[in-house]
Write a protein that binds this ligand. Structure first.
Ligand SMILES: NC(=O)c1ccc[n+]([C@@H]2O[C@H](COP(=O)([O-])OP(=O)(O)OC[C@H]3O[C@@H](n4cnc5c(N)ncnc54)[C@H](OP(=O)(O)O)[C@@H]3O)[C@@H](O)[C@H]2O)c1
Length: 307
């Protein structure tokens, strides 16, 4: 959509809600000259910024004021170089929220990722078509099978759709340590471009087998729950950052947690979720500067273990 047209739609949307003042608009040019750190998707070499956006709970917003307030959150994501948005039909109104806000925010190309989360081939197709209508995108960049649900059925559709150009990449997801053995089998057997899993300083189980397997098979990795659903903040509450984090350009605990997740060599992108502009700015800052190397990562683990 042309820029002027999009901002016109946005203005109308905000006028309609009477909320123009509540949603400050920051032009992309104000985001500064620095470039976001990107990593390559192994199956094509295409690069994406290492910080993406999750939408579970945070974007499950009712139409009206609640949803409109999230426009500023999404605009901040784009203004700081964000591209990949992850959602799912499981997240209630989140896909509808994303679709509505994409019409009223200013952005370049969005990397649209959602999931299929149902049983049966036809139900899967109907659900993916519905998601596309809700998002208002011509096609999804990434379609993932949510929590391995009926994966042997859906993977056939996804491969067909990819061959027909209806989606660009295919993936499969899990979280908090569930079904890792079956996920390994799926990754060994099928040509997935992406795998999505939980990885953070308190949950490092995937370092043992899944991350090495993804690296070996050239599968991009999306990290969900990078803050352990916010639990990591409770762990360090009241604790100051160690002084050596300055060298890594880390100015907050959120940046500490995110830089840890995305600096694993097998990880492509983390998808933290937030409903607040302040937290979005904090999270996006983790996608700039430098990433910790292996010794620095080790130090980060030891420090948090000792907290
Ligand atoms: N099986 C699956 O496929 C699966 C499973 C789980 C998650 N996911 C995906 O991964 C995404 C991320 O995981 P998640 O949402 O479960 O958990 P998460 O990103 O680890 O944590 C989200 C929580 O952290 C808080 N937060 C965010 N930024 C913060 C900051 N800078 N400072 C302090 N608090 C902050 C948020 O609250 P505020 O709103 O107050 O910022 C929110 O409560 C999901 O949204 C979803 O897209 C997929």
């Amino acid at each position: 959509m042309e820029g002027w047209n999009r901002s016109l739609t946005r203005r109308r949307f905000l006028q309609h809600l009477g909320l123009a003042a509540a949603v400050p608009f920051v032009p992309a040019a104000q985001a500064g000259p620095r470039t976001a750190i990107k990593k390559a998707i192994p199956s094509t070499g295409e690069t994406i910024p290492v910080i993406g956006l999750g939408t579970s709970r945070t974007f499950d917003a009712a139409p009206g004021a609640e949803r409109a307030a999230l426009a500023a959150v999404l605009q901040s994501f784009f203004d700081h170089g964000g591209a990949l948005i992850d959602s799912s039909p499981m997240y209630r109104a989140a896909e509808e929220t994303v679709g509505e806000l994409l019409k009223v925010t200013r952005h370049g190309s969005v990397f649209a990722a959602t999931k299929v989360w149902t049983d049966g081939r036809l139900a899967g197709i109907e659900q993916m078509e519905r998601s596309r209508r809700l998002w208002g995108v011509p096609r999804f960049d990434l379609m993932q099978i949510h929590n391995l649900r009926d994966w042997q059925v859906h993977v056939a559709t996804l491969k067909e759709w990819k061959a027909q150009g209806k989606i660009r990449y295919i993936g499969i997801t899990t979280s908090h340590g569930r079904m890792h053995e079956e996920l390994e089998r799926a990754l060994q057997r099928e040509p997935f471009d992406f795998v999505q899993l939980s990885y953070n300083l308190e949950d490092r189980e995937v370092e043992r087998r899944l991350l090495p397997l993804a690296a070996e098979r050239g599968i991009a990795v999306l990290v969900n729950r990078p803050f352990q659903l916010g639990g990591l903040f409770d762990k360090v509450r009241g604790k100051a950052l160690p002084p050596w984090t300055k060298e890594l350009g880390i100015a907050s605990w959120a940046q500490y947690f995110l830089k840890f997740a995305v600096s694993h060599p097998a990880v492509t992108c983390a998808i933290p979720a937030t409903s607040k502009v302040k937290h979005m700015e904090d999270n996006m800052a983790a996608g700039y500067g430098r990433l910790p190397d292996a010794p620095a990562r080790e130090r980060m683990v030891r420090f948090v273990e000792a907290v």
